[in-house]
Ligand binder design. Structure first.
Ligand code: NDP
Length: 448
């Protein structure tokens, strides 16, 4: 059977089994669409039904999370963990706490994570989890009670050699701390079952910075391959959470200027750039006061764009760092028309298929999330290594390893795109390079 028909059959089964799960189907389609040339070259993957197996999570866990608010009212949320693929190592991937969390979103994230983790060159399988809990507006005590209830169930399913979750949207240092404390209490074990931990209790230097820094390093590699640098480049950034904050910091260090930030309510445009002093304000605003990005506009007298994303602001490079499907086909056209030539995805799947099509057609230097934001999970992998050795590496050592890993990921994507006849296409390059390693490991391990 021709490669295209094989891929189409697999996709139709995925559609039937995962009816209505639009984000998951979007992520699967993008990967499958890249794999035609791989299937043609490797009939052994077809015989062993690697495609059919790789789209099905190894295990799906769904559970009730009851907790009490400060007034004594009882709430019930729904928790999940998708243990997607363990061919390369223990399941690894973040936990997301956001009211939109559902099976479709976590399955798309878990699926992407399998290929992303493969690209890091570290021994990690892929997984993702979370809950439809909304941390916004909750007191620290409410967040703690929720995290304790969530971990009470999750603790049955994870372990340092089994599954090691981390943070994602709505899960930062505070939440990781509360969950780690509860796990330790239940199991009577101080062990590396989560990454993104506090520095004094097993965390790695540079882990908070890693996703944002990594996305900038990936863009730097794409620029380098085109004999260019960040010097003087105007950059738009979306989001104002963990990834956006450290994207801005690294852009400033490398001589670029970040002119926007956003949250779910709107965006700010600061034509002079979010410098170190203004960034310190954002960190305090978002990580301590847990306020809205509008307060940046009020404080510094810059434009606040209610309900608008930053993609109509003229820029050389764009760093989507908020959430999935935040750049649609029209946004992509506007970015390209305004002279944007580099897009590096700090967020997971922030571009719709129509936007990706535009970037690929117009030869934008487009780094897809599974490659460009792999720095976070890469340093999580380094945190696991340090925990196993009971050592802490210096920030310089971790940052250097992060830079080396991002350069290696870029090279793998670049080389795979060349080898399979789509030079310069980092989407196909990332999907192919990530897939081949997992597929080979699955072949070696037999029918599991
Ligand atoms: P945070 O929770 O720290 O920040 C998320 C930011 O995105 C906030 O500014 C939030 O605004 C905004 N946002 C969230 N949902 C929406 C929405 N539906 N529409 C508009 N804005 C939204 O999360 P992170 O910075 O950790 O994660 C950002 C992205 O990066 C996600 O896609 C995540 O999967 C990805 N990522 C994160 C990694 C990490 O290490 N943290 C690793 C790899 C990828 P508001 O406060 O209003 O909700």
């Amino acid at each position: 059977m021709a490669a295209n028909s094989i891929i189409q059959n697999v996709y139709e089964t995925v559609q039937k089994r995962n009816h209505g799960e639009t984000e998951f189907l979007q992520a699967v389609k993008e990967v499958l669409d890249s794999l035609g040339p791989v299937i043609e070259k490797h009939p052994e993957y077809v015989d062993a039904k690697i495609l059919d197996r790789i789209v099905e999570p190894e295990r799906q866990i769904m559970f009730r999370v009851p907790w009490q608010d400060d007034k004594g009212n009882v709430h019930v949320n729904r928790g999940f963990r998708f243990e997607f693929n363990s061919a390369l190592g223990p399941y690894k991937g973040g936990l997301r706490f956001h009211p939109t969390v559902c099976a479709s979103i976590l399955k798309f994230l878990g699926f992407e994570q399998v290929f992303k983790n493969s690209l890091t060159t570290l021994p990690m399988g892929g997984g993702k989890g979370g809950c439809d809990f909304d941390p916004k507006g909750k007191s620290d005590n409410e967040v703690m009670r929720f995290c304790q209830s969530f971990m009470t169930e999750l603790s049955r399913h994870i372990g340092p050699d089994t599954d090691v979750p981390a943070g994602d949207i709505g899960v930062g240092g505070r939440e990781i701390g509360f969950m780690f404390g509860q796990y330790k209490r239940i199991k009577n074990e101080f062990t590396g079952i989560l990454t993104g931990k506090g520095l004094s209790w097993g965390g790695s230097l540079i882990r908070p910075e890693a996703t944002g820094y990594g996305s900038v390093y990936f863009a730097q590699e794409m620029l380098k391959a085109n004999n260019d640098t960040f010097e003087g480049k105007v950059c738009t950034v979306s989001g104002s959470g963990n990834v956006a904050q450290y994207t801005v910091q690294k852009l400033n260090e490398l001589g670029a200027k970040a002119v926007s930030l956003s949250d779910s309510a709107g965006s700010i445009y600061d034509p002079d750039g979010v410098d170190a002093e203004r960034l310190a304000f954002v960190l305090e605003l978002k990580n301590v006061k847990r306020g809205r990005i509008k307060e940046y506009a009020d404080k510094f007298g810059v434009e606040y764009r209610d309900g608008k994303r930053p993609w109509d602001i003229k820029c050389d490079c764009a760093f989507p760092s908020a959430t999935q499907n935040e750049i649609d086909g029209n946004d992509a056209k506007t970015l390209i028309a305004n002279g944007c030539t580099v897009v590096s995805e700090g967020a997971n799947m922030p571009s719709t298929p129509e936007a990706v099509e535009q970037f690929v057609a117009k030869k934008t230097l487009y780094g897809p999330g599974k490659a460009a934001n792999a720095g976070g999970v890469a340093v999580s992998g380094l945190e696991m290594s340090q925990n196993s050795q009971r050592l802490s590496w210096t920030s310089e050592a971790v940052d250097q390893k992060l830079q080396d890993i991002m350069a290696a990921i870029h090279q793998q994507c670049f080389d795979a795109a060349e080898e399979y006849g789509v030079p310069g296409n980092y989407v196909a390059g990332a999907n192919i390079a990530g897939f081949v390693k997992v597929a080979d490991a699955m072949l070696d391990q037999g029918l599991v």
